[in-house]
Write a protein that binds this ligand. Sequence first.
Ligand code: GLT
Ligand code: MN
Ligand code: MN
Length: 388
Amino acid sequence: MSSYDPQPEHKFTFGLWTVGNIGRDPFGEPTRAPLSPVQILHLLAEVGAYGVNFHDNDLVPIDATPAERDRIVKEFRQALDDTGIVVPMATTNLFTDPAFKDGAFTSNDSHVRAYALQKTMHSLDLGAELGAQVYVFWGGREGTETDASKDPLAAMQRFRDAINFLCEYSIDQGYDYRFALEPKPNEPRSDIYLPTVGSMLGFIATLDHPDMVGLNPEVAHEHMGGLNFMHAIAQAWDAGKLFHIDLNDQKFGRYDQDFRFGAEMIKQAFFVVKFLEDVGYTGSRHFDAHAYRSANVEDVKAFARGCMRTYLILKEKARRFNQDPEIQSLLANINADDGAFDFLSSGYSRANADRLAATTFERPALGQRDLPYEQLDQLTVELLLGVH
Ligand code: GLT
Ligand code: MN
Ligand code: MN
C-alpha cells in the first residue's frame, strides 16, 4: 500500500452530485448514464473515500411522496452501513427548480421565500437523520441580472432573516449543526450576493447566532473572482470560520469549471494543502468537482482517485518543504531578527510609544535587506517538480 492511498482519517468526501455528474452542459446533453445514490456510495467505497454529501434532491426527488422518501432514505441508510461511508455534510437545492428563478431566500416573492425556508427545514431534518453535522448554504440563485430588479439592502436583510430563522429551527430541533455559507461571485446569476469569503465573513458578524455560522470556501469560486484562495481560507481560519472546504481547480477568468483538484494550478493547490495541514484543519476535504464531460464511469473513478491522490502527494510535498534544509535555512535568514523591537510585542503603552518615537531608523538600510525569494520559489517549484 503506497502512502498516497486514501484513509478515513484524511476525511476525503464527495457530493452525490460530483461523481454522479452526468456530463450535461449548456450546449450538450448528458454523456453518462445516471448512477443511483446507492450505486454512487459503492463507487465511493471502491475508490476509498470517507464520506458523502448531498442536496435534498440528489437523494429524494423534489416530487417524492412521504412514503417514497422513507423508502429511499432506508435504502440509502442500508448502503451507508454496508459501505462504511459517512455523511458529514448536507445541503439544500435552492437553484434547480423554476420556482427559484429569481432567488430563494432573496426572491422578491414572499411565497418563494417561505417555500425556500420550508424546503430547507425538511432538508435539515433529512441531513440530521443521516448524521450530517455541517450544513452548507450555497445561494446560487441569490443575485440579479439587472440591478433594476432588486434592492441589495432588502436582499441582504432577507438573507439574514432566513439564516436567523434556520439557526433557531436547528437549535429548536436539538440538531448540532454548524452552518457553512459558500460564496461565489457569479454563475448561474450574472451577479451573486455576498460574492467572496471576505463578504461572507462581514455578513456573518451581523447574524443573531454568529458562532453557529462559518464558511465553505471553494477554490474555483475565489479563482473566478481572480483572488488568492489560500489567502481567503487563511482569513476564514483566522476568524475561526473554516467549517468546511470545497476543493477543485479552475483557470482564472472562466466559468465554474470544477476541475479535478490540482488539475490546473499546482503551486496554488500546494499552498492550500500546506496551509490546511500546517494549521491542523480537521474538517472534511470535500472535492466539489466533476470529471470531464468525455469521461466514462471508469474515468470518473480515475477522477475521484486523482483528487485524493494529488492531495496526499501535495501533503507529502508540504512535509518535505517544512523539513528541507535549504528551504528552511533561507526562511530562517529571511526571518532573522535581532530583537531590537521585541518591546512592541506588548502592544501600545505610553512608554512604548515614547521609545518608538525616539528611535532613529536607517531608512536606506531598511531597503537593502536581502530577500532571496527567487531562490526560495525556484526551490519550491523544483520540489513540486520532483527534482529537489
Ligand atoms: C453546485 C455548486 C457548488 C455548491 C454545491 C452545494 S452545488 O454544484 O456549483 O459549488 O457547493 O450547493
Ligand atoms: Mn461548491
Ligand atoms: Mn464550483
